[in-house]
Design a protein. Structure first.
Length: 248
């Protein structure tokens, strides 16, 4: 089974998160906007460069722009400018992009590809098989590291027409006892299928709600599994897009 993680928004707490991931041998991708008025403390350019030495960095627009709420020209500029700025900071070419708040339209997918990104990560949860769709343009996820109520998961999966995710949620939630037990049950589901698991979240959220111990416990569990292959989002995109068939 392939395992990856991704973390959004460029909070200063990404440095603590990166240390935690490294401690457990976990790989992943940090989606970083250069500016973000929603976050009080952002990573400095020096911190971004340090982070990029051990982890993949991906685009998240220049200023955490919600693409569906701005004119198309602005959206296009935000995607391109964010990519160029982050590449200048890290000195590395970016392949991965994440839509802020998971909001996008078909035209934004085209803009993302035209800017030179390989794929765009979504927030469509509870996928455990092939994570790539739309001819390798979009990457889905398995679950956010946050104790959402089951009613929230049910509502979101049904509203977006994510019936694969709904089936996986129902299978995992039957055995789950407690918020982060659901994460382990979904992981077991992916392991049984020899599929893919994509954990995502926000370091500022983990800090705000004091979830560091819970996250460390989950990552320790993942790192103890010998059948797990760890990879970045782009590595998983390349693997998933070429070798895995989507399963329910």
């Amino acid at each position: 089974m392939y395992f990856t993680t991704s973390w959004d928004d460029g909070s200063v707490h990404d440095t603590r998160l990166a240390d935690l991931l490294s401690e457990h041998g976990i790989r992943g991708t940090f989606y970083i906007p250069v500016k973000n008025r929603e976050i009080s403390s952002l990573l400095s350019p020096a911190s971004i460069r340090s982070l990029s030495a051990n982890f993949e960095t991906g685009g998240h627009t220049y200023s955490h722009c919600i693409l569906t709420e701005v004119p198309e020209k602005t959206a296009e500029e935000e995607i391109k400018k964010g990519k160029e700025a982050l590449e200048n900071i890290t000195g590395k070419s970016l392949s991965a992009f994440c839509f802020p708040r998971g909001k996008y339209r078909t035209i934004h997918v085209r803009m993302m590809r035209d800017a030179g990104f390989l794929f765009g990560r979504t927030v469509s949860n509870f996928h455990t098989g092939k994570l790539m769709r739309n001819e390798n343009k979009l990457m889905d996820v398995s679950i956010q590291f946050y104790p959402h109520k089951n009613t929230v998961y049910l509502r979101n999966t049904l509203l977006e027409g994510n019936f694969e995710g709904w089936r996986n949620f129902m299978s995992a939630s039957v055995k789950a006892r407690g918020a982060f037990s659901l994460h382990r049950e979904l992981l077991s589901l992916a392991l049984g299928r020899k599929g893919c698991f994509h954990l995502w979240g926000h370091s500022w959220e983990i800090e705000k709600y004091g979830l560091w111990d819970e996250l460390s416990s989950f990552l320790k569990h993942v790192s103890s599994l010998p059948e797990v292959v760890h990879c970045t989002n782009t590595e998983l995109a390349e693997i998933s897009g070429s070798t895995y068939k989507r399963t329910s």
